[in-house]
Design a binder for this molecule. Structure first.
Ligand SMILES: Cc1ncc(COP(=O)(O)O)c(C=O)c1O
Length: 422
Protein backbone atom coordinates (compact mmCIF):
# COMPACT_ATOMS: atom_id res chain seq x y z
CA UNK A 1 0.00 0.00 0.00
CA UNK A 2 1.24 3.51 -0.78
CA UNK A 3 0.58 5.23 2.54
CA UNK A 4 1.76 8.61 1.25
CA UNK A 5 -0.71 8.50 -1.61
CA UNK A 6 -3.53 7.61 0.77
CA UNK A 7 -2.44 10.39 3.11
CA UNK A 8 -2.55 12.91 0.27
CA UNK A 9 -5.96 11.66 -0.80
CA UNK A 10 -7.69 11.78 2.57
CA UNK A 11 -5.73 13.67 5.21
CA UNK A 12 -5.90 17.45 5.58
CA UNK A 13 -2.81 18.53 7.55
CA UNK A 14 -2.66 21.50 9.93
CA UNK A 15 -0.75 24.71 9.13
CA UNK A 16 0.16 23.30 5.73
CA UNK A 17 -0.23 24.59 2.17
CA UNK A 18 -0.40 21.08 0.79
CA UNK A 19 -0.15 22.17 -2.83
CA UNK A 20 3.40 23.49 -2.46
CA UNK A 21 4.84 21.53 0.45
CA UNK A 22 6.46 18.12 0.05
CA UNK A 23 4.59 15.04 1.23
CA UNK A 24 4.91 14.55 4.98
CA UNK A 25 7.28 11.82 6.11
CA UNK A 26 5.74 8.79 7.78
CA UNK A 27 6.84 8.08 11.35
CA UNK A 28 6.76 4.36 12.04
CA UNK A 29 8.15 4.39 15.55
CA UNK A 30 9.30 6.85 18.20
CA UNK A 31 11.52 6.20 21.18
CA UNK A 32 12.99 8.78 23.55
CA UNK A 33 14.23 11.70 21.42
CA UNK A 34 14.31 9.75 18.15
CA UNK A 35 11.72 9.33 15.40
CA UNK A 36 12.06 6.30 13.11
CA UNK A 37 10.76 6.95 9.61
CA UNK A 38 9.45 4.68 6.91
CA UNK A 39 12.45 3.81 4.77
CA UNK A 40 14.88 3.56 7.70
CA UNK A 41 15.85 7.23 8.27
CA UNK A 42 15.91 8.59 11.82
CA UNK A 43 15.33 12.14 13.08
CA UNK A 44 16.11 13.75 16.43
CA UNK A 45 12.95 15.42 17.74
CA UNK A 46 14.54 18.79 18.58
CA UNK A 47 11.21 20.55 19.23
CA UNK A 48 9.53 17.75 21.21
CA UNK A 49 6.88 17.24 18.51
CA UNK A 50 5.20 20.63 18.69
CA UNK A 51 6.72 21.34 22.10
CA UNK A 52 4.73 18.68 23.95
CA UNK A 53 6.82 15.53 24.33
CA UNK A 54 8.83 16.54 27.39
CA UNK A 55 9.94 13.12 28.67
CA UNK A 56 10.68 11.59 25.28
CA UNK A 57 8.64 9.13 23.26
CA UNK A 58 7.48 5.77 24.56
CA UNK A 59 8.15 6.53 28.20
CA UNK A 60 7.43 3.20 29.97
CA UNK A 61 6.05 4.79 33.15
CA UNK A 62 3.47 6.81 31.21
CA UNK A 63 2.68 3.80 29.04
CA UNK A 64 1.94 1.63 32.09
CA UNK A 65 -0.17 4.35 33.71
CA UNK A 66 -2.38 4.63 30.62
CA UNK A 67 -2.64 0.85 30.36
CA UNK A 68 -3.61 0.47 34.03
CA UNK A 69 -6.17 3.24 33.76
CA UNK A 70 -7.72 1.70 30.66
CA UNK A 71 -8.42 -1.45 32.67
CA UNK A 72 -10.26 0.63 35.28
CA UNK A 73 -12.16 3.47 33.56
CA UNK A 74 -11.45 4.43 29.95
CA UNK A 75 -13.76 7.41 29.73
CA UNK A 76 -16.70 8.75 31.65
CA UNK A 77 -18.99 11.79 31.57
CA UNK A 78 -17.52 14.55 33.77
CA UNK A 79 -20.73 16.32 34.81
CA UNK A 80 -22.42 14.55 37.69
CA UNK A 81 -19.54 12.03 37.78
CA UNK A 82 -15.85 12.21 38.59
CA UNK A 83 -12.98 9.75 38.94
CA UNK A 84 -9.83 9.19 40.96
CA UNK A 85 -7.27 10.26 38.36
CA UNK A 86 -8.90 13.64 37.70
CA UNK A 87 -9.11 14.31 41.44
CA UNK A 88 -5.50 13.21 41.96
CA UNK A 89 -4.31 15.35 39.07
CA UNK A 90 -6.21 18.46 40.21
CA UNK A 91 -4.82 18.03 43.72
CA UNK A 92 -1.24 17.51 42.54
CA UNK A 93 -1.29 20.39 40.04
CA UNK A 94 -2.78 22.75 42.65
CA UNK A 95 -0.01 21.75 45.07
CA UNK A 96 2.63 22.75 42.50
CA UNK A 97 1.07 26.18 41.93
CA UNK A 98 0.84 29.19 44.27
CA UNK A 99 -1.61 28.30 47.05
CA UNK A 100 -4.34 30.63 45.75
CA UNK A 101 -4.62 28.71 42.46
CA UNK A 102 -6.64 25.71 43.51
CA UNK A 103 -9.70 25.26 41.27
CA UNK A 104 -9.05 23.18 38.18
CA UNK A 105 -11.26 23.14 35.06
CA UNK A 106 -10.48 20.39 32.54
CA UNK A 107 -10.48 20.57 28.74
CA UNK A 108 -8.61 19.11 25.80
CA UNK A 109 -5.80 21.35 24.52
CA UNK A 110 -4.10 24.71 24.82
CA UNK A 111 -6.67 26.64 22.82
CA UNK A 112 -9.57 25.37 24.91
CA UNK A 113 -7.66 26.07 28.13
CA UNK A 114 -7.32 29.69 26.95
CA UNK A 115 -10.89 29.92 25.70
CA UNK A 116 -12.14 28.80 29.12
CA UNK A 117 -9.81 31.24 30.92
CA UNK A 118 -11.26 34.12 28.89
CA UNK A 119 -14.83 32.95 29.51
CA UNK A 120 -14.13 32.61 33.25
CA UNK A 121 -12.72 36.14 33.39
CA UNK A 122 -15.58 37.69 31.39
CA UNK A 123 -18.28 35.86 33.34
CA UNK A 124 -16.58 36.68 36.65
CA UNK A 125 -17.46 40.35 36.12
CA UNK A 126 -20.81 39.60 34.45
CA UNK A 127 -22.03 37.45 37.36
CA UNK A 128 -21.37 40.38 39.69
CA UNK A 129 -23.12 42.91 37.44
CA UNK A 130 -19.88 44.89 37.06
CA UNK A 131 -19.28 46.57 33.71
CA UNK A 132 -15.73 45.50 32.88
CA UNK A 133 -15.58 44.30 29.31
CA UNK A 134 -12.26 45.23 27.75
CA UNK A 135 -9.47 42.76 27.22
CA UNK A 136 -5.78 43.57 27.12
CA UNK A 137 -3.23 41.34 25.39
CA UNK A 138 0.30 41.64 24.01
CA UNK A 139 1.24 42.19 20.38
CA UNK A 140 2.73 39.11 18.79
CA UNK A 141 0.85 36.77 21.13
CA UNK A 142 -0.36 33.34 20.12
CA UNK A 143 -2.99 31.74 22.32
CA UNK A 144 -4.42 29.15 19.95
CA UNK A 145 -6.77 28.75 17.01
CA UNK A 146 -10.26 28.94 18.48
CA UNK A 147 -12.07 32.26 18.10
CA UNK A 148 -11.49 33.67 21.58
CA UNK A 149 -7.84 32.62 21.50
CA UNK A 150 -7.41 34.09 18.00
CA UNK A 151 -9.06 37.35 19.08
CA UNK A 152 -6.49 37.74 21.87
CA UNK A 153 -3.60 36.87 19.56
CA UNK A 154 -1.62 38.72 16.92
CA UNK A 155 -3.78 39.70 13.95
CA UNK A 156 -1.83 38.48 10.94
CA UNK A 157 -2.24 36.40 7.83
CA UNK A 158 -3.07 33.35 9.93
CA UNK A 159 -6.42 34.78 10.84
CA UNK A 160 -7.29 37.46 8.24
CA UNK A 161 -10.38 35.59 6.92
CA UNK A 162 -11.88 35.52 10.40
CA UNK A 163 -11.05 38.99 11.69
CA UNK A 164 -14.56 40.36 11.22
CA UNK A 165 -15.78 37.78 13.70
CA UNK A 166 -13.26 38.54 16.45
CA UNK A 167 -14.17 40.43 19.61
CA UNK A 168 -12.26 43.61 20.18
CA UNK A 169 -9.03 43.48 22.17
CA UNK A 170 -6.54 46.21 23.14
CA UNK A 171 -2.88 45.38 22.66
CA UNK A 172 0.27 46.55 24.37
CA UNK A 173 3.54 46.40 22.46
CA UNK A 174 6.07 43.67 23.04
CA UNK A 175 8.61 44.95 25.60
CA UNK A 176 12.21 45.45 24.56
CA UNK A 177 14.77 46.37 27.19
CA UNK A 178 14.89 49.99 26.04
CA UNK A 179 11.13 50.66 26.10
CA UNK A 180 10.02 48.67 29.16
CA UNK A 181 9.41 51.68 31.40
CA UNK A 182 7.46 53.57 28.74
CA UNK A 183 5.31 50.51 28.03
CA UNK A 184 4.56 50.08 31.72
CA UNK A 185 3.41 53.72 31.84
CA UNK A 186 1.18 53.13 28.82
CA UNK A 187 -0.26 49.96 30.33
CA UNK A 188 -0.91 51.83 33.57
CA UNK A 189 -2.67 54.65 31.72
CA UNK A 190 -4.87 52.19 29.81
CA UNK A 191 -5.84 50.05 32.77
CA UNK A 192 -6.55 53.09 34.93
CA UNK A 193 -9.58 53.68 32.68
CA UNK A 194 -11.32 51.12 34.87
CA UNK A 195 -13.23 48.99 32.38
CA UNK A 196 -10.60 46.32 31.69
CA UNK A 197 -11.80 42.86 32.65
CA UNK A 198 -8.65 40.91 32.00
CA UNK A 199 -5.03 40.93 30.85
CA UNK A 200 -3.80 37.82 29.05
CA UNK A 201 -0.11 37.06 28.53
CA UNK A 202 2.35 34.41 27.53
CA UNK A 203 4.67 34.90 30.52
CA UNK A 204 8.36 35.58 29.76
CA UNK A 205 8.34 34.05 26.27
CA UNK A 206 6.12 34.46 23.25
CA UNK A 207 6.49 31.03 21.68
CA UNK A 208 4.98 31.17 18.22
CA UNK A 209 6.18 34.76 17.70
CA UNK A 210 9.69 33.27 17.51
CA UNK A 211 10.58 32.38 21.10
CA UNK A 212 10.72 36.12 21.89
CA UNK A 213 11.78 36.64 25.50
CA UNK A 214 11.15 39.52 27.85
CA UNK A 215 12.23 40.29 31.38
CA UNK A 216 10.76 38.93 34.59
CA UNK A 217 10.95 42.53 35.88
CA UNK A 218 8.51 43.71 33.18
CA UNK A 219 6.16 40.80 33.82
CA UNK A 220 6.15 41.37 37.57
CA UNK A 221 5.47 45.10 37.15
CA UNK A 222 2.73 44.60 34.57
CA UNK A 223 0.87 42.08 36.73
CA UNK A 224 1.19 44.42 39.71
CA UNK A 225 -0.30 47.29 37.70
CA UNK A 226 -3.17 45.09 36.49
CA UNK A 227 -3.97 44.00 40.02
CA UNK A 228 -3.85 47.57 41.29
CA UNK A 229 -6.79 48.31 38.94
CA UNK A 230 -8.57 45.03 39.71
CA UNK A 231 -7.87 43.63 36.27
CA UNK A 232 -7.72 39.84 36.28
CA UNK A 233 -4.53 38.32 34.90
CA UNK A 234 -4.34 35.15 32.80
CA UNK A 235 -0.99 33.45 32.28
CA UNK A 236 -1.05 31.28 29.19
CA UNK A 237 1.59 28.74 30.28
CA UNK A 238 0.62 26.26 27.57
CA UNK A 239 4.17 26.44 26.18
CA UNK A 240 6.15 27.67 29.20
CA UNK A 241 4.80 25.13 31.71
CA UNK A 242 6.38 21.87 32.84
CA UNK A 243 10.03 22.79 33.23
CA UNK A 244 10.53 24.49 29.88
CA UNK A 245 11.96 27.67 31.35
CA UNK A 246 14.18 25.79 33.81
CA UNK A 247 11.55 26.07 36.56
CA UNK A 248 8.24 24.23 36.73
CA UNK A 249 6.27 27.27 35.52
CA UNK A 250 7.19 30.70 34.20
CA UNK A 251 5.34 32.18 37.18
CA UNK A 252 8.03 30.68 39.41
CA UNK A 253 10.42 33.33 38.03
CA UNK A 254 8.39 36.25 39.44
CA UNK A 255 6.82 37.51 42.68
CA UNK A 256 3.33 38.34 41.43
CA UNK A 257 0.77 35.66 40.67
CA UNK A 258 -1.86 35.36 37.98
CA UNK A 259 -5.55 34.81 38.73
CA UNK A 260 -5.86 32.14 36.08
CA UNK A 261 -3.28 29.87 34.48
CA UNK A 262 -3.68 27.78 31.29
CA UNK A 263 -1.79 24.49 31.03
CA UNK A 264 -1.54 21.87 28.29
CA UNK A 265 1.17 20.57 25.90
CA UNK A 266 3.66 18.83 28.26
CA UNK A 267 0.93 18.19 30.86
CA UNK A 268 0.49 14.54 29.86
CA UNK A 269 4.16 14.16 28.94
CA UNK A 270 2.87 15.14 25.53
CA UNK A 271 1.23 11.83 24.74
CA UNK A 272 -2.50 12.56 25.10
CA UNK A 273 -4.53 15.74 24.66
CA UNK A 274 -5.48 17.53 27.86
CA UNK A 275 -5.85 21.14 28.95
CA UNK A 276 -6.30 22.66 32.40
CA UNK A 277 -7.48 26.10 33.39
CA UNK A 278 -6.63 26.70 37.02
CA UNK A 279 -8.01 29.59 39.02
CA UNK A 280 -8.55 30.95 42.51
CA UNK A 281 -11.28 30.24 45.00
CA UNK A 282 -12.07 33.98 44.85
CA UNK A 283 -13.02 33.65 41.19
CA UNK A 284 -14.74 30.30 41.68
CA UNK A 285 -16.92 31.72 44.45
CA UNK A 286 -18.55 34.11 41.98
CA UNK A 287 -19.85 31.09 40.04
CA UNK A 288 -20.97 29.24 43.22
CA UNK A 289 -24.55 30.41 43.36
CA UNK A 290 -28.19 29.46 43.92
CA UNK A 291 -28.96 30.75 40.42
CA UNK A 292 -28.04 27.86 38.12
CA UNK A 293 -27.15 30.01 35.12
CA UNK A 294 -24.35 31.65 37.11
CA UNK A 295 -22.37 28.40 36.75
CA UNK A 296 -19.65 28.14 34.09
CA UNK A 297 -21.80 26.50 31.43
CA UNK A 298 -18.95 25.11 29.39
CA UNK A 299 -17.67 21.59 28.73
CA UNK A 300 -16.40 19.13 26.13
CA UNK A 301 -17.22 15.48 25.51
CA UNK A 302 -13.74 14.42 26.59
CA UNK A 303 -13.45 16.76 29.57
CA UNK A 304 -11.36 15.08 32.27
CA UNK A 305 -10.59 12.01 30.15
CA UNK A 306 -9.24 9.39 32.61
CA UNK A 307 -6.51 8.10 30.28
CA UNK A 308 -5.15 11.61 29.76
CA UNK A 309 -5.37 12.30 33.51
CA UNK A 310 -3.47 9.06 34.23
CA UNK A 311 -0.76 10.08 31.74
CA UNK A 312 -0.54 13.52 33.40
CA UNK A 313 -0.20 11.99 36.89
CA UNK A 314 2.54 9.70 35.55
CA UNK A 315 4.29 12.74 34.07
CA UNK A 316 4.17 14.39 37.50
CA UNK A 317 5.75 11.25 39.00
CA UNK A 318 8.62 11.71 36.55
CA UNK A 319 9.03 15.32 37.72
CA UNK A 320 9.43 13.99 41.26
CA UNK A 321 12.63 12.25 40.20
CA UNK A 322 15.82 14.23 40.73
CA UNK A 323 17.14 12.93 37.43
CA UNK A 324 14.48 14.90 35.50
CA UNK A 325 15.57 18.20 37.05
CA UNK A 326 19.22 17.29 36.55
CA UNK A 327 18.46 16.73 32.87
CA UNK A 328 16.61 20.06 32.65
CA UNK A 329 19.60 21.82 34.26
CA UNK A 330 22.09 20.07 32.02
CA UNK A 331 20.17 20.98 28.86
CA UNK A 332 19.74 24.56 30.10
CA UNK A 333 23.43 24.93 31.00
CA UNK A 334 24.62 23.52 27.70
CA UNK A 335 22.23 25.89 25.91
CA UNK A 336 23.74 28.86 27.76
CA UNK A 337 27.31 27.81 27.02
CA UNK A 338 26.52 27.30 23.33
CA UNK A 339 24.74 30.68 23.19
CA UNK A 340 27.83 32.40 24.61
CA UNK A 341 30.06 30.65 22.08
CA UNK A 342 27.79 31.75 19.24
CA UNK A 343 27.76 35.33 20.52
CA UNK A 344 31.54 35.49 20.37
CA UNK A 345 31.50 34.34 16.74
CA UNK A 346 30.54 36.80 14.08
CA UNK A 347 27.33 35.24 12.84
CA UNK A 348 24.52 37.62 11.81
CA UNK A 349 22.32 36.38 14.63
CA UNK A 350 20.67 37.21 17.91
CA UNK A 351 20.72 34.35 20.44
CA UNK A 352 18.24 33.91 23.26
CA UNK A 353 18.11 31.29 26.01
CA UNK A 354 15.65 30.56 28.76
CA UNK A 355 16.00 27.16 30.39
CA UNK A 356 15.67 24.36 27.87
CA UNK A 357 14.76 26.78 25.06
CA UNK A 358 17.52 28.04 22.79
CA UNK A 359 16.49 30.40 19.98
CA UNK A 360 18.68 31.85 17.23
CA UNK A 361 17.21 34.68 15.17
CA UNK A 362 18.87 35.12 11.80
CA UNK A 363 19.29 38.83 11.09
CA UNK A 364 18.32 40.12 7.67
CA UNK A 365 16.54 36.92 6.79
CA UNK A 366 13.03 36.75 5.47
CA UNK A 367 10.51 36.53 8.33
CA UNK A 368 7.14 34.82 8.48
CA UNK A 369 5.65 31.37 8.62
CA UNK A 370 5.88 30.77 4.87
CA UNK A 371 9.30 32.37 4.39
CA UNK A 372 11.61 30.58 1.95
CA UNK A 373 14.32 30.77 4.61
CA UNK A 374 12.20 28.73 6.97
CA UNK A 375 11.62 26.00 4.41
CA UNK A 376 15.30 25.90 3.43
CA UNK A 377 16.46 25.70 7.03
CA UNK A 378 13.88 23.00 7.76
CA UNK A 379 15.06 20.97 4.75
CA UNK A 380 18.71 21.42 5.74
CA UNK A 381 18.11 20.04 9.22
CA UNK A 382 15.95 17.15 7.96
CA UNK A 383 18.76 16.20 5.59
CA UNK A 384 21.07 16.23 8.61
CA UNK A 385 18.84 14.02 10.73
CA UNK A 386 17.18 16.72 12.85
CA UNK A 387 13.50 17.56 13.04
CA UNK A 388 13.97 21.24 13.80
CA UNK A 389 11.06 23.37 12.61
CA UNK A 390 12.02 27.06 12.51
CA UNK A 391 9.58 29.85 13.30
CA UNK A 392 10.13 32.22 10.38
CA UNK A 393 13.74 33.36 10.67
CA UNK A 394 14.19 31.85 14.12
CA UNK A 395 15.71 28.42 14.55
CA UNK A 396 15.19 27.00 18.00
CA UNK A 397 15.31 23.89 20.10
CA UNK A 398 13.05 22.90 23.01
CA UNK A 399 13.91 19.23 23.23
CA UNK A 400 12.63 16.37 25.39
CA UNK A 401 14.40 16.28 28.74
CA UNK A 402 15.72 12.78 28.04
CA UNK A 403 17.97 14.25 25.33
CA UNK A 404 21.51 13.08 26.03
CA UNK A 405 24.51 15.41 26.17
CA UNK A 406 25.87 13.68 23.08
CA UNK A 407 22.63 14.31 21.17
CA UNK A 408 22.51 17.93 22.28
CA UNK A 409 26.13 18.53 21.21
CA UNK A 410 25.31 16.89 17.89
CA UNK A 411 22.40 19.33 17.40
CA UNK A 412 24.72 22.26 18.21
CA UNK A 413 27.30 21.03 15.71
CA UNK A 414 24.65 20.86 12.97
CA UNK A 415 23.33 24.32 13.87
CA UNK A 416 26.85 25.72 13.71
CA UNK A 417 27.43 24.11 10.31
CA UNK A 418 24.17 25.70 9.12
CA UNK A 419 25.17 29.15 10.41
CA UNK A 420 28.51 28.93 8.60
CA UNK A 421 26.59 28.58 5.33
CA UNK A 422 24.67 31.87 5.84
C1 LIG B 1 1.25 29.84 24.35
C2 LIG B 1 0.28 28.95 23.63
N1 LIG B 1 -1.02 29.01 23.93
C3 LIG B 1 -1.92 28.22 23.32
C4 LIG B 1 -1.53 27.34 22.33
C5 LIG B 1 -2.55 26.48 21.65
O1 LIG B 1 -2.44 25.16 22.07
P1 LIG B 1 -3.06 23.98 21.20
O2 LIG B 1 -2.27 23.90 19.95
O3 LIG B 1 -2.92 22.78 22.08
O4 LIG B 1 -4.49 24.33 20.96
C6 LIG B 1 -0.20 27.24 21.98
C7 LIG B 1 0.24 26.33 20.92
O5 LIG B 1 1.33 26.38 20.41
C8 LIG B 1 0.74 28.08 22.64
O6 LIG B 1 2.05 28.05 22.33
Amino acid sequence: MDWSELDRKHVWHPFTQEKTEPLPFIVEAAKEATLYLEGGKTLLDCNSSWWVNIHGHGNPHIQQAIHKQFEKVDHVIFAGATHHKAIELAHRVASLLPSTLEKVFFSDNGSTAVEIALKMAIQYWHNQGIHKKRILAMRGAYHGDTFGAMSAGERDYFNVPFEDYFFSVDFIDFPEEKNEMRLLEIADERMSQGDFAVLILEPLIQGSAGMRMYSSYFLDQLVQIAHSYEVLVIFDEVMTGWGRTGKMFALDHIKQQPDIICLSKGLTGGVLPLGLTVTTTKIHEVFWHDEKHKALLHGHSFTGNPLACAAACASLDIFEKEETWENISRISNLNSVFAEELKSDNFPIQVRVLGTILAIEIKGSEEGYFATFKQEAYNYFIKNGLLLRPLGNVIFINPPYCLTEKEQRHIFEKIRQFLVLL
